[in-house]
Ligand binder design. Structure first.
Ligand SMILES: [Ca+2]
Ligand SMILES: [Ca+2]
Ligand SMILES: [Ca+2]
Length: 262
């Protein structure tokens, strides 16, 4: 049975903050519903959030690794350990509206695990293993690309080098593009996302990242705005209790994410 999405502050990621976020991203009701259907499909136990186990079940071709755990934690914006509906929509929108260069930058940022601004050899190997999985060692074409990437390098690759390399050898990140295409097709079709992608970069500029777009729509800022409006603290739904201690803990991963390169 299809569950219709209704704004409900009692449910994590389905309250007013979610509604405002979807509006900001230019996602109409029909698309929200489509993403809600997908979200409910992944949320096997019907808890209203996606946990790590459900995440991996939804992606049976992904083998669990530090990298895929990192993808999950990036989606889990408030660090609650589960992905609520708002976090899900933001992540899907962000990924599906990346233009080529932004997708390359996203991949670069994901694998620059120590945040040095460069991909060191171990990070690069991790990237290739993750993107190509177990077939990496036996994939002659990928091996050749990797050898090329290491040629004349000082053991670290800057974003510029990485980007230039991708232009010459798009096969390196092909699986990442393919995943974007699959996701786009599954949700609303490629044409729809092409339109949103154009709108994203036309309205917000080439360097806009998701944090700038939603800058005043973070959980804490939204809460402060609502407090101003209502003259008192607003109870926002969150997992567990909203004690001050948990607030600090939950905020840590989010602020760390701002330093990641998207
Ligand atoms: Ca669940
Ligand atoms: Ca969460
Ligand atoms: Ca690095």
């Amino acid at each position: 049975m299809r569950v219709v999405f209704v704004v409900d502050d009692e449910k994590p990621g389905q309250g007013r903050l979610a509604e405002l976020t979807f509006q900001r991203l230019g996602i109409d009701d029909k698309t929200v519903q489509m993403m809600f259907d997908m979200f409910n499909e992944i949320d096997l136990d019907g808890s209203g959030e996606i946990d790590l186990e459900e995440f991996y079940r939804a992606l049976p071709y992904v083998k669990r690794s530090p990298f895929s755990d990192r993808v999950f934690s990036i989606m889990d914006e408030d660090g609650s350990g589960e992905i609520d509906f708002r976090e899900f929509v933001v992540a899907v929108w962000n990924y599906c509206t990346f233009e080529l260069k932004a997708l390359v930058k996203f991949a670069f940022g994901l694998f620059d695990l120590d945040g040095s601004g460069f991909l060191e050899q171990d990070e690069l190997e991790e990237l290739i293993k993750e993107v190509y999985g177990d077939t990496y060692d036996s994939n002659v074409r990928v091996q050749r690309i990797v050898d090329k990437l290491y040629e004349n390098k000082d053991g670290q690759i800057s974003f510029m080098e990485f980007q230039n390399f991708n232009q010459k050898y798009p096969a390196l990140l092909y699986p990442a593009f393919e995943m974007q295409q699959l996701l786009r097709r599954r949700i609303y079709g490629a044409a729809f996302w092409e339109k949103l992608t154009k709108a994203r970069y036309a309205h917000r500029g080439r360097n806009s990242n998701i944090f700038e777009i939603l800058n005043d729509l973070t959980r804490d800022k939204f809460k402060a705005q609502m407090d101003d409006l209502t003259g008192g603290p607003t109870a926002l739904p969150r997992v567990g209790d909203a004690s001050a201690k948990e607030e600090t803990k939950a905020d840590a991963p989010a602020s760390r994410r701002h330093t990641a390169k998207f």
